[in-house]
Design a protein around this ligand. Structure first.
Ligand code: IMP
Length: 197
């Protein structure tokens, strides 16, 4: 089976190719599938955004397409930045600017509970759909620590590890992260889908 990844991120492509290679699934980039789709992420949930992206690429390519949407939800901020994680604070901020703004907005707040969420959606031309979600709960650190990873990793603290995501190796992070969990669940569902066809 061929599956198109609705993303311009080469890292996500490599990750999905590796996870799905055992299922005999060939993962194509948008370029390899001959499409270039810009989708506005107008959904109010991670699931809606993943569906918008996967459906648009499936319609353009005529092939089953998969997309993910993810972000960090902070309890004391009513779930913000949430679906706006990549755009938090506007277009001029970089990753460090965004997590500094988040720390600033959480100054003095003792309830530091937060979670990373990842939603994956796969749309098939016949109308079938496979969805999967993964979460990883932690607390928002008071100051950044660590140099690995990306995004909000330096301020996402795992109390049981006594480390931030940015202090874990990629392998350690994948084993427990929201994206690792969502991908594992997706892989299982895709396997069942193929078996039942
Ligand atoms: P997406 O690529 O549209 O899903 O954007 C997700 C945004 O959420 C990223 O730009 C990051 O800011 C944040 N994010 C999602 N997953 C992670 C992670 O594993 N570590 C750090 N930040 C993340």
């Amino acid at each position: 089976m061929k599956l198109v990844l609705a993303s311009k991120n080469p890292k996500k492509l490599g990750e999905l190719q590796e996870i799905l290679s055992g299922l005999g699934v060939e993962v194509l980039s948008e370029t390899e599938a001959g499409v270039d789709v810009e989708v506005e992420e107008t959904g109010s949930t991670f699931e809606e955004n993943a569906l918008l992206k996967a459906r648009a690429v499936m319609q353009a390519s005529g092939l089953p397409s998969v997309a993910d949407d993810s972000g960090l939800c902070v309890d004391a901020l009513g779930g913000a930045p949430g679906v706006y994680s990549a755009r938090y604070g506007g277009p001029d901020l970089d990753d460090a600017g965004r997590y500094r703004l988040l720390l600033e907005n959480m100054r003095g707040q003792l309830d530091r509970r937060c979670r990373f969420v990842s939603a994956i959606c796969c749309c098939f031309p016949n109308g079938d759909k496979i969805e999967a979600r993964g979460e990883c709960a932690g607390t928002l650190a008071y100051a950044p620590r660590g140099t690995e990873g990306f995004g909000y990793d330096p301020v996402f603290f795992l109390p049981e590890e006594k480390k931030t995501f940015a202090q874990l190796t990629a392998e350690e992070k994948n084993a427990i992260s929201h994206r690792g969990r969502a991908l594992a669940a997706f892989c299982q569902r895709l396997k069942e889908y193929q078996e039942n066809k």
